[in-house]
Every structure is written in structure tokens, then in C-alpha cells.
Write a protein that binds this ligand. Sequence first.
Ligand code: NDP
Ligand code: HSE
Length: 431
Amino acid sequence: MKQIGIGLLGFGTVGAGVVAGLHRNRELLSHRLGVELVVRRIADVDLERDRGVPVDRAILTRDARAVIQDPTVDIVVELIGGTGIARALVSEALQAGKPVVTANKKLLAEYGEELFGLAEQGQVDLAFGASVGGGIPIIRVLREGLIGNQVQRILGILNGTCNYILSRMESEGAAFDVVLRAAQEAGYAETDPALDIDGFDTAHKAVILSSLAYGFHVPLSAVTVEGIRGLSGMDVQYARELGYRIKLLAVIRRDGDEIEVRVHPTLVPMGHMLASVNQVFNAVMVQCDLTGDTLYYGRGAGRDPTASTVIGDLADVAQGLVSRQPRHRRGVPRANQTLRVRPLAEITSRYYVRLMVLDKPGSLGIFTAILGRHGVSISAVTQRAVLQEGGHVPVVVLTHAAREAELHAALAEIQAAGVLGEAPTRLRILD
Ligand code: NDP
Ligand code: HSE
């Protein structure tokens, strides 16, 4: 049977999962593909650490370039991460005419245009299925299954680490730092977990999804990004009492000639399907003109689920090599129209606002009047009878739909009025 040689760059969590998966399902894969996928070289900086999978030590090297240049390597798999050495190595492989499979969403969100340009120039594949959704083959769904549709909206829980943290904060009242450590130990978090908790990992994925959905490169700088660092357990509990669950959501939607691409903690009504997506699970809800809503659910991070999607790409690219028909050389299908990315100030949403208000006569009147002057209509107000340090009480306000700019101006004015003990908390509510 014909063999396709694989060169792996990065033998960490996902890299080890790919080697283990290829080993475990070798016969099944060969039978299905008609070619055998053989790992010929593996590069990593640390060759001593036990990766939990048996490999012939002779194929290990510290020299990633030697892997790319090895004539027995037909496909390069980049699983190092980041935009430093990974960018150089992916470019080098593509320029050498070798197809690349990567799970590196940061690299694609920041340098996708450049790298897909190289892939197109060289007529080679650059496959990136595992860059969004871990074990959920959502990239393939958008590229292939939904190609005949206009995408109206994508809602995504796209970061396993954040969803795991939020789920455990809500269900156990667990402390943020403790659950973040557990997510790191489980292999869910990025090498720099700030990427997860500050929302940038989700934003990288939102860039990839929106670019695929709308056919032009959406710049990361145009995406609104708010993470879950500093999210208070108080808000998680109040949201629950009000019938919502807080999720870090990517919201991508089209409205005429504009799209919104934003990432922020969001109150999701308990009855909404996305509210039931807990722990490390991810879900992507895609609304299209022909299909209506479709939902894709699965483990969004972790060794084996992510390896599954990388192997799916390997199988596809290997078949492309055999048939001499590259399948992924063009990153995003080109659209006939470039859309404006709507700035945050212009979006409209309902809001959850928590104010720590000085507990004295007239305080409530001050902020309700200011909201009214800015055209922000209140749908509910609850004052919690929990006196906090400094004589402040939490007051939770739910608004009707308002423009972000108006709410922002109102909150600035409320803060300047001197009745708050701390800066207001403002979260958006999913409609
Ligand atoms: P890891 O940190 O576990 O693995 C990266 C590996 O690359 C490490 O073993 C690291 O070595 C090695 N490495 C660093 N520099 C080099 C180099 N110059 N040459 C060769 N090897 C090098 O990361 P993950 O496996 O978790 O992630 C890999 C990629 O997959 C990232 O892009 C990530 O965003 C993406 N991803 C990860 C998921 C997950 O659940 N973990 C899910 C989806 C995507 P050392 O540690 O010794 O520095
Ligand atoms: N750190 C990422 C997450 C890995 O937690 O979702 C999967 O992309």
C-alpha cells in the first residue's frame, strides 16, 4: 500500500494525541483511505520527556527544519503553537512545496492572509480543521456542508478552558484560580493561559469562522474582545437567579452590508441550547438562509478530540496528494462583496448591569434618571439586601435593547455622580 510520510513539529499535548490516534486506528485508516499514514520524523525541544506514546527514538530530533527538509516527509504537521518559530516553519514548509496541517488559530488569525497566499502560490494544502472547536469538524461544515447557504449568524462557545472555568464556578462556586489550574492540568489551556481567559483564543477562532463565513479576511483588530478574567462569582450567581448562565460567547452576525464579530461574556437564557453546553464542551450554532439553525457540539479542547480533527485533515490532505488535487490551498472562499465590520459602539443589545450603589435615599433615582436621559430603558431592577463594605449594596439592572454607545455614556455619567462603590459591571444578554 502507498505510504504518506508525516513530519510532526511539536510533540506536546496535541502532537502526542495525533501519534497515539494514528497508531491506534492505523488499520482502520489505511483501509478507509487506501494509503498508509506513517509518522517519519518528530521534532520537539525536549526529547527526554515521556509523552505517553511509544515512538522509535531514532525519529526524534530537536531540529524542526530537518523534519521539513526530510525527503521522506510528505506532509508537515505544525503543533508547536504561537506566531514565532511556528510562522517561520509553516512558511518554510509551504515554500518547499509541502502541505501543512495545523491547529494554530493564533497563527492563522494573525498571519492567515500571508500563509494562505504562500499555499496558493505553491499550489499546496494548508489545512486547519482543529484550529476551531477541537473535536468538532466545524471548519469542514462551513467550507463544504453549508457552502450553498448565506450565513446569517454564528454563535459559538469556542474556548474549552473558559467554559470549564465558568461551569465549575457556577455549579460548585469554585474559585477562578483553582479551576484554571485544573484546566491547565487537563491539557485544555494554551501555553499562555491569558490567551484563553482574556478572550483572545476565542477571538482568533471568531476571525477564522467569520472569514470563512463571509469570504474575506476579518482583521483581528476589528474584533471586540472581552474575556472572563475578573468576572465575579456574584454575577455568575445573580445571572443564575435571573434565569441565565454566563458563557464566553463569540457572536458573528450579518446585518445588511455589515457584520458584527465580537467576543464577550454573555448572559444566555437557561432555555437556550447553548446554556446547556458545560465543562470543556464547545458548541457552534450556525444560522443560514436555507438550513435555518444548525448546532455542532463536542469537546472543544484536549488531546484526543483535537487529534481526531488533525487526523481528519491529514487524511484529506493525503488523498489530495494521491490524486494530485490540493483541497485546502485557498484559506477562505472568496466573497463577491467586502462587508464593513460594525464598531462596538454601534451594536444594539440588552444588558445586565450591576452597580454597587451607596445605600442612601435618592441613590436609585440618580442612576435611573441618567439611564433614562441616555435613552436606555430599564426592564427590571433588583436591589440585593447585602450591605457591602463602605455602605454599598448591589443593584442589578436589566435593560431593554439599547445602543452600546448610549449605555457606555450613561454608565460613565453614573460613575461620575459619586454614588457607586466601584466601577459598574456590564454584561450583554443574548436575545
Ligand atoms: P503544547 O505546549 O502541549 O505542545 C507544544 C510542543 O511544541 C511542546 O512540546 C513544545 O516543547 C514544542 N516546541 C516548542 N518549540 C518548539 C520548536 N522550536 N521545535 C519543536 N518543538 C517545539 O501545546 P498543545 O499541544 O496544547 O497545542 C499545540 C497547538 O494546538 C497550539 O497551536 C494550540 O493552540 C493548538 N490547539 C490545542 C488544543 C488543546 O486542547 N491543547 C486544542 C486545539 C488547538 P516544550 O514544551 O518543551 O517547550
Ligand atoms: N485552549 C483552547 C481551549 C484549546 O481551551 O479551547 C482549544 O482550541
